[in-house]
Design a protein around this ligand. Structure first.
Ligand code: C2O
Ligand code: CU
Ligand code: CU
Length: 492
């Protein structure tokens, strides 16, 4: 299919659309020639709606929303306003959602290593305390954005944040104990990209929204009438995939290498992403930075909270060809493969370059001598620390004290829980007794822990977390976290 518009003007249109994906601007979307909004009746015919498990949607595709970029202003300021909104996922149904600087989800924050940023995060009209946790950032406890830094309606939180870590794909989300699941589900979520001299020099796709694409995958439970069911229970699974808040998304991709920044922002669902034509792609980064070299893969498993960057080579396809990112049914509720997003290849106007052979220098975790060891057993709505008592999370109890700048070995066990630690990144020593595969040998802050496959990693905290601003470790299944599968610790 011929594409006469330049990529740039298409992107501008897309940027405009995503910024205003609310009921009020529904007509704007409907008048777009090549895409339409779901017809409510189409949605009713869709087999998955109201049911259990993900079903593929055959209705009209919608252009993927690309969250607006948010960078520091001349005064190094970054402003986030949490607010209520209305989002029409399906025609005739505007549902209450929450977002930052808009009615659903948040902009993609992009900063550079070395930046000192003055954040202003406020809660405009959400009638309960929220927070904004920088998931993946190496910041002191006082800047971490948990319940210790909650933001009541009408108030501001203004942390000054130094970006001291390497280029990486992080994210931010509300983090109030007992409410995190609902806050994330409603949309208090955004991506947080860090660049550095290395990432800016490497020969990698880096034009945001064009060949460097945020892909935030979340599942939601739609009722048969098109309304959204709230997340309930521990392992809450939805019946509908949304990418960047878009239902049944399609993205035009240039006929070249394209970088996807994948974020599993789902409440509980695990994925194993693949391409529908079974071809391979390259994994280039884990949560905390680039791998040493790209790793060729056919499928990429991701548990909630994890981020991975991959490169898909679309130069193998003809202009006009389509291809889907799909997932295996890891949770066993969806009866097989399901669609995440469709890609449609368009002419390349940017120019391609081969992938770099060396991207980073990730140390070998066996080279560090751990001076202390701790074990964490996840299960029964709690985390058992060092074979002690398994108590559900309490804000009033500190669970662990960690000396600053000390290498420690942590061992995590449990069945099908993603374990996340605040405040630093870690390197995996072993999974189920084996050294990590090359694609897992990068900096991480969230890791899938399966029954019988204990995960050991090495970490070191370089910032302080005091009794009034503790860090947390927890299961990133948000219902589990809210039920108490979380602990807190001080660093000093
Ligand atoms: Cu993504 Cu403690 O959280
Ligand atoms: Cu976190
Ligand atoms: Cu869990």
């Amino acid at each position: 299919m011929p594409h006469t518009n330049s990529q740039k003007s298409k992107m501008n249109r897309r940027h405009f659309l995503k910024a205003s994906l609310t009921g009020a601007t529904l007509t704007t979307l409907i008048t777009q020639p090549s895409y339409g909004f779901f017809d409510f009746n189409t949605v009713l015919e869709w087999a998955g709606i109201g049911g259990k498990g993900i079903s593929n949607i055959t209705g009209i595709k919608q252009p993927l929303a690309i969250p607006a970029l948010l960078e520091k202003d001349a005064n190094n300021k970054i402003t986030l306003v949490a607010q209520k909104g209305e989002t029409a996922f399906v025609k005739a149904n505007a549902l209450e959602t929450w977002g930052y600087n808009g009615g659903h989800l948040g902009p993609t924050i992009r900063v550079k290593r070395g930046d000192t940023l003055n954040f202003d995060v406020s809660n405009q009209d959400i009638p309960e305390p929220i927070s904004t946790h920088w998931h993946g950032l190496h910041v002191p406890g006082v800047d971490d954005g948990t319940g210790y830094q909650s933001i009541a309606m009408g108030t501001h939180w203004q942390p000054e944040i130094n970006i001291v870590q390497q280029a990486s794909t992080n994210w931010y989300h509300s983090h109030i104990h007992g409410r995190t699941s609902e806050h994330v589900y409603k949309g208090l979520v955004g991506m947080f990209i860090i660049e550095d001299d290395n990432s800016e020099t490497l020969s990698l796709p880096k034009t945001y929204g064009v060949d460097d694409i945020p892909i935030m995958v979340q599942d939601k439970q739609f009722n048969p009438d098109g309304t959204l069911a709230p997340p309930q229970g521990g392992r809450f699974l939805g019946n509908t995939i949304l990418v960047n808040g878009t239902l049944n998304p399609v993205l035009e991709v240039p006929q070249k290498q394209v970088r996807l920044r994948l974020l599993n922002g789902s409440n509980a669902r695990y994925y194993n992403f693949r391409l529908s034509d079974k071809t391979s792609f390259s994994k280039i980064a884990t949560e905390g930075g680039f791998l040493n070299a790209p790793v060729t893969m056919n499928a990429i498993p991701m548990s909630p909270g994890e981020r991975d960057e991959i490169i898909i080579d679309f130069s193998r396809y003809e202009v006009g060809q389509t291809l889907n990112l799909i997932s295996d049914d890891i949770e066993g509720d969806s009866g097989g493969l399901f669609d995440i997003i469709q890609f449609k290849v368009v002419a390349d106007t940017i120019g391609d370059a081969p992938l770099p052979k060396v991207m980073n220098t990730v140390p070998n975790p066996n080279d560090f001598d751990a001076l202390a060891w701790h074990s964490f057993a996840l299960g029964n709505q709690a985390i058992r620390l060092d074979n002690g008592k398994a108590s559900p999370f309490s804000m009033a109890r500190n669970d662990l004290f960690v000396p600053i700048n000390q290498y420690q070995k942590w061992t995590v066990s449990g069945g099908h829980h993603p374990f996340h630690v605040h405040g630093c990144s870690f390197l995996i020593l072993s999974i189920g007794g084996k050294a990590p595969a090359p694609q897992d040998a990068g900096w991480k802050d969230t890791v899938a822990v399966e029954e019988g496959a204990e995960v050991e990693f090495i970490l070191r905290f370089e910032h302080e977390a005091t009794a009034t601003a503790r860090y947390m470790y927890h299961c990133h299944i948000l219902g589990h976290e809210d039920q108490g599968m979380m602990g807190q610790f001080e660093v000093g």
